[in-house]
Design a protein around this ligand. Structure first.
Ligand code: TTP
Ligand code: MG
Length: 366
């Protein structure tokens, strides 16, 4: 591994909503919420994303759509423009994603670097070789220029904006891309890593969710600087292996190489029922539809086979379960995958318990 690496993390801004905006110029300047049908405030699904105008009302991904509806209603009665609620249009987003990823892949190739897509709208590129032959000052200028060029290419070809983070490893690049969203560029030099991290809330470290955040708060840890003061042993005792990762992240340590990584990728879809149900007649058609959609998305991304299938069930009382099976599955062999989905789902069917949500995921692509 090169001693000094230059890693970019590129993440599109309010991705699903930005795709909708570019398709419909009349949406310009309006709050947009993409997700489940709000049903005039009675919808039961969640928000996939909201554009930055709608985020000002407090709306964010994974929020119940009914709550988003109410927030928009009160904003609009206080004089804000009324919000536009749209369903998820996966094929549009996949098309845009594919084209953006091609731009990033070509950029990596141009500088003899590597590329790794990690989600529908984000990817890393390692372009360390670019600065093999430049001195420090013009090095930073070159990086700024490349970041600007990447953003311009994405904007002119696909009419969406991206935020770019640059750092000496994937961790720093990822935190940096989020630092000045939307449409930002944040470059963190290796010598500035600690000063950049220290004031951030621990939640900014990828992998720190609400539970870890709350557990850290009990240790009086709120910022990365606080986290850095906790001995490794204590973090290990409290969080196990994740504690070691926290210890390293708080010091900006991350040695993962950037590379094509089909193994960590997954494609999934979920459905929240309008009414909780235990009827197989109602659930199975939905399960098969989810299976079809996921397989179609996998085919579009040219994944011809995969190793793992997972079913997720949430009961009416919010108890959530997953069940996986691994093997060698062909993306085109829909019938075999449906049979497997059915087999995994069947034990969850319980005459005493109604189901609220069902999900289907394939991962470990070959
Ligand atoms: P993100 O990159 O997390 O979010 P974003 O692009 O909408 O906004 P940001 O500017 O903060 O990057 O996710 C990319 C897309 O994935 C997002 O547009 C919609 C989808 N998504 C969901 O469907 N559900 C979720 O809970 C999240 C987080 C994202
Ligand atoms: Mg994004």
């Amino acid at each position: 591994m090169a001693e000094k690496r230059i890693i970019f993390h590129v993440d599109l801004d309010a991705f699903f909503a930005s795709c909708e905006e570019r398709e419909n110029p009349r949406f310009l300047g309006k709050p947009i919420v993409v997700g489940a049908d709000p049903k005039e405030g009675k919808g039961r699904g969640v928000v996939s994303t909201a554009n930055y105008t709608a985020r000002k009302f407090g709306i964010h991904s994974a929020m119940p759509i009914s709550r988003a509806w109410r927030l928009c209603a009160s904003a609009s009665s206080a004089g804000a423009p009324s919000a536009i609620f749209l369903p998820v249009n996966s094929s549009l987003y996949l098309r845009v994603s594919k084209s953006v990823m091609k731009i990033l892949q070509d950029t990596a190739q141009k500088y003899d670097g590597t590329f790794e897509q990690v989600g529908i709208d984000e990817a890393y590129i390692d372009i360390s070789p670019v600065c093999n032959d430049c001195d420090r000052n013009n090095c930073i200028q070159r990086i700024e220029k490349i970041a600007g060029t990447v953003k311009n290419k994405i904007r002119s070809k696909e009419k969406v904006t991206a935020s770019v983070g640059v750092g000496p490893n994937m961790l720093i690049a990822k935190i940096a891309s989020d630092f000045q969203k939307p449409n930002g560029v944040t470059i963190v030099n290796p010598e500035d890593v600690q000063a950049f991290l220290d004031p951030l809330p621990v939640r900014k470290i990828p992998g720190v969710g609400p539970k870890t955040e709350a557990a850290l708060k009990q240790l009086r840890v709120e910022t990365v600087l606080d986290l850095r003061k906790v001995p490794q042993l204590i973090l290990y005792e409290k969080f196990g292996k994740h504690g070691i990762a926290l210890y390293e992240s708080s010091r900006g340590i991350d040695e993962r190489p950037v590379g094509e990584d089909a193994e960590t990728k997954s494609i999934s879809e979920e459905h929240t029922f309008d009414h909780d149900t235990k009827s197989a007649q109602k659930i199975l058609p939905v399960l098969f539809r989810l299976t079809q959609n996921v397989l179609q998305s996998a085919l579009k991304e040219e994944f011809r086979a995969f190793h793992t299938v997972t079913i997720k069930i949430r009961y009416a009382d919010f108890q959530t379960h997953t069940k996986s099976q691994s093997g060698n599955y062909q993306t085109k062999n829909q019938e075999a995958v449906e049979r497997l989905a059915l087999k995994l789902f069947w034990p969850f069917l319980n005459p005493q318990k109604k189901i609220r949500l069902i999900g289907f995921r394939v991962s470990n692509f070959i």
